[in-house]
Design a protein around this ligand. Structure first.
Ligand code: ADP
Ligand code: MG
Ligand code: MG
Length: 252
């Protein structure tokens, strides 16, 4: 089992404090969902975990099995088993999707232990079939001209191929039609298990109809203010966030 532990995390952007003491522990074999109103710092949390240079950690710790993640460069974080699906994945021109995935897989392996081209192609084909993806997506340049739905589906392809220990999925469900949403959920559910933990950040409860989270957290004003099980997400869907604000005496 692996554990990702976030303790008292404070993060600033351009000297403005956005995260004000986030505490969160995620084990492998668990899916956690973070919900919360817009602008409460959910994406900031994802970016800080992945080491985006714009996000300055001013206090607190992030550790995987006791290893200090904050001291790692972005590529070292990936090597340590972290995977981030971004809210707005960027285009990387001149690199095909397949090349990108293969180098990401090899970056996590020791020298001399790289995945063989045959094995890679076999796995890629199988996974693309599973995700009902068009085979020519593999040879297209990464994210270039991908539709919103294709990008998200592709992130799940990357996830399933790279097999990270922990995935941070930021709004993987936004802008998806129901078929694409189901495929995304199918991929994440397929990953669930001993060697995999997931933090799914979502603005909507919709995704959680297809991926039943083990734990649900509500983020407000830069903190995790409430945690519970799947029933918490259902209550948020039905009643919104006002009751939590009242309960905690939070002003808008
Ligand atoms: P959420 O994902 O919960 O909607 P974000 O983490 O995107 O929230 O944003 C939290 C706060 O940080 C917002 O007030 C937002 O305006 C601010 N913020 C986020 N990213 C940046 C940035 N790159 N530069 C300046 N402010 C930012
Ligand atoms: Mg936002
Ligand atoms: Mg966000």
């Amino acid at each position: 089992m692996s554990t990702l532990v976030i303790k008292d995390l404070h993060v600033s952007i351009e000297d403005k404090e956005i995260l004000k003491g986030v505490n969160l522990t995620i084990n492998t074999n668990e899916v956690h969902a973070i919900m919360g109103p817009n602008g409460t710092g959910k994406s900031t949390l994802a970016s800080a975990i992945m080491g985006h240079p714009k996000y300055e950690v001013t206090q607190g710790t992030i550790e995987i099995d006791g290893e200090n993640v904050l001291e790692m460069e972005v590529d070292e974080r990936a090597k340590a088993g972290l995977f981030l699906a971004m809210q707005y994945p960027s285009e990387i021109s001149g690199v095909t999707n397949a090349d990108f995935i293969r180098s990401a897989i090899n970056a996590r392996r020791e020298e001399g232990d790289e995945i063989s081209l045959m094995k890679f192609i076999r796995e890629l084909d199988k996974t693309m079939d599973f995700l009902e993806m068009d085979q020519d997506m593999a040879q297209r340049y990464l994210n270039e001209g991908f539709s919103g739905g294709e990008k998200k589906r592709n992130e799940i392809l990357q996830l399933m191929m790279i097999k990270p220990t922990f995935a941070i999925l930021d709004e993987i469900d936004s802008g998806l039609d129901i078929d694409a949403l189901k495929v995304v959920a199918k991929g994440i559910n397929e990953m669930r298990g001993e060697g995999f933990g997931c933090l799914a950040i979502t603005h909507y409860q919709r995704l959680l109809n297809y991926i039943t989270p083990d734990h649900v957290h509500v983020m407000m004003q830069g903190r995790v203010v409430k945690s519970g099980g799947p029933e918490l997400a259902q209550r948020l869907e039905a009643e919104g966030y006002d009751w939590i604000k009242k309960e905690l005496g939070i002003e808008d």
